[in-house]
Design a protein around this ligand. Structure first.
Ligand code: PDD
Length: 300
């Protein structure tokens, strides 16, 4: 926000200056991490994959049995957050969190239903361009998370502790292995290329079904790239030719080294580059579609 104006955030149905956005310590988000969230990317004139994010939010809420938020409102809240913070023509991330509301601490849900707490903010954001060109070096760690990684829950302690380890070692991300298989990364998905085939863990309770992952799989199918929705065994990790991350913040990001060992020749792979380019074109295209002037009506 700089000093231009105070940041406005969305709290329970209205915009308030961030410094006035108070949440009670009885909030179940604070006490139990009992809530879900979404992060969407604004490219200066459109939200990428808004339908997918909306659908995933609806699913996360249903799986958590968390009622009281109308998911139809999600795009409009995001749009309003950009507008009130003058971010419409910028690149930004919008975050929205919904918790099970405030109630004195009990492990069971509040007996008398309470309204959910809904909090959102928008922030200017651009990915690291250098990382996109050179590729990134990441860690490999055991997956210590719970068994419902498909829910976009704010309970992210396993992700946070793991990512912190990677960060302290100067690494960009960490990927996880569970029962001898690669699952995903701490805040992105991981995809591999082996003998020309694109591999990634199938949708399951062990990964978050990334919206970007879905877009990348669609782009790959359009490009005629073979896809195998099978997890890569840990034992095959270093015989993969290419690896890359996908996610709202990382887009399509080549991985050149995992836990001190090169992937392929240690530079971004060919199919990775192809998908990165296809993703870039998609963004340009969506932008063009959005700003294309409405043709004048011609009456014959
Ligand atoms: N993270 N896996 C995990 C564990 C994630 O947290 C994310 C997203 C992804 C990628 O999903 P998507 O393509 O829909 O962004 C995969 C968000 C950006 C975050 O927590 O900030």
């Amino acid at each position: 926000m700089g000093n231009r104006q105070a940041e406005l955030v969305w709290l329970n149905g209205r915009m308030v200056p961030k410094q006035e956005a108070f949440i009670t310590p009885d909030d179940r988000g604070f006490l139990f991490a009992d809530g879900v969230y979404e992060v969407v990317r604004w490219y200066g004139n459109f939200f990428l994959g808004m339908d997918g994010h909306q659908k995933r939010l609806r699913r996360s809420l249903a799986e958590m049995r968390l009622d009281g938020f109308d998911v139809e409102e999600f795009p409009s809240v995001c749009q309003q957050l950009l507008e009130v913070n003058q971010l419409q023509s910028e690149e930004a991330l919008v975050y929205l969190e919904i918790t099970r509301g405030a109630s004195p601490r009990t492990h069971h849900f509040p007996v008398q239903p309470v309204p959910p707490t809904v909090y959102g903010f928008a922030r200017r954001f651009q990915p690291d361009k250098h990382a996109g060109v050179a590729g990134v070096v990441i860690a490999l760690l055991p997956d210590i998370r719970w068994m419902r990684c498909d829910i976009k829950s704010v309970s992210l302690l396993g992700n946070v502790l793991s990512y912190q380890q990677a960060k302290e070692r100067g690494l960009f991300e960490c990927i996880f292995h569970r029962d001898g298989l690669i699952t995903e990364a701490s805040h992105s998905n991981i995809l591999f290329v082996r003998n020309g085939v694109l591999f990634t863990h199938p949708e399951s309770p062990l990964i978050l079904s990334g919206i970007t992952r879905g877009i990348v799989l669609q782009l790959a199918a359009d490009l005629g790239i073979s896809i195998s929705l099978e997890p890569v065994p840990l034992a095959d990790l270093y015989t993969c030719d290419e690896a890359f991350l996908s996610g709202t913040s990382v887009e399509v990001l080549p991985v050149v080294e995992i836990e001190g060992r090169k992937i392929g020749d240690g530079t971004p792979g060919k199919i990775t580059r192809q998908l990165q380019e296809a993703f870039k074109q998609l963004i340009i295209q969506r932008g063009i579609e959005f700003v294309r002037p409405i043709p004048p009506v011609i009456n014959f």
